[in-house]
Design a binder for this molecule. Sequence first.
Ligand SMILES: [Zn+2]
Length: 453
Amino acid sequence: MAIRLFDSLTREIRELRPAEADRVFRFYNCGPTVYGPSHIGNFRTFVVNDVLRRLLETEFPGKVKHVRNLTDVDDRTITQVKREGVPLAEITRKWTELFHADCVALNCLRPHVEPTATGTIREQVDMIEVLMRKGNAYRAPDGSVYFRITTFPGYGALSRIRERELKVTNSAFDADHKDDAGDFALWKAHKPQEDGDIRWPGPAGAADGRPGWHIECSAMIKKHLGETIDLHTGGVDLLFPHHENEIAQSQCCNGVKFARHWYHTEHLLVDGTTMSRSKGNYYTLGDLVAKGHAPMAVRYALLAGHPRKQLNFTLDSLHAAESALATLHAFARSLADSGGQAGAFAPVLDALRDDLNVPAALGALFTVVNRGPHGVSRAEFEGVLGVLGLVPAARVPGTAQVPPPVLALAERRWAAKAARDFKAADALRADLAAAGWSMLDGKDGYRLEPVRK
Ligand SMILES: [Zn+2]
């Protein structure tokens, strides 16, 4: 059974496959802006995309190329530079490291390439120059460059946004100096008051400055995946204007179709409403770990709803995830090491291949688990857990009272080991030792013991 997935552009469920048989499957996922910690709403998208990546690898083994970017210069990172009074590179390094640690803790595979906006300036400038030469972009009086949306008749096809709404929404973004309210910035001229020393040489005929946000994904995709890719994904909040702008830039520059398939993950609600700091329902992974929750339970809870529907996250859903993981853990321990017949878990993968129906896959998983371990193949069980990225092996009960931050380190180390990121695992073991704990690894779990001084 082939993988079928909803396509946000055609609004149909279509088969996923590379442009030509035996070619690499080219997969791009918009990444985080590294100016602060990513919240669990961001991580819903990254965890769903991680399952998609793992599923694609079962279908096209060794032939999936996954690229995800890091936005390390934009309005928000620059605001943070002003707020903290430290260099841009220092801020983005700090938040990139935390993002990576969170990804390891949530058992998300690393993309094959993770380009940064500041590392791709030349390529962005090149694309802007092509767009200016072709008449799709123009220089504003202040030396900024804008994309003229009337030059691309397909503009709005992905988001189906009407022209009037378009002008209102895009004008909220880059208000000054453009010919038409719907146009968007490709390059922003340097403003000493706001940008400080953050500047690069601009496209020919434009001022020094920095790229507009949207162009980075177009340039990175062209550089690392080529002019046409097989799958482009992101959160539904990126559909407009970000993805609409990516299509316009890339197709006008390259003259060919940009993405053969689009997929968007719906919003995460917390306690039935949108997350916000003022409502007190805003969580980072670190916030939940500090409350004593394991990152693996957070992963499970983020996967528990259909990715194309809004998911309501609550602390109760985390408790449900914890007990589901404990059930899987007990089941794993009851399985014989070898023997058993493969095939019982086929409905799990079938549900994932059917428009990434993760809740149906989890339901099918528990149908087998609830029947009991008799005749079940351990290898097949571990295989399906691997596609879901679940590591139910948790702390062995009965160990000493462990402070939540120490438990968080241990869980991250266990997840890193499971993801075969041994460098991260060793570093986390050193962090645990520094906190006064040693971690003893077993086959299905670990014990934590205070180091005797
Ligand atoms: Zn993007």
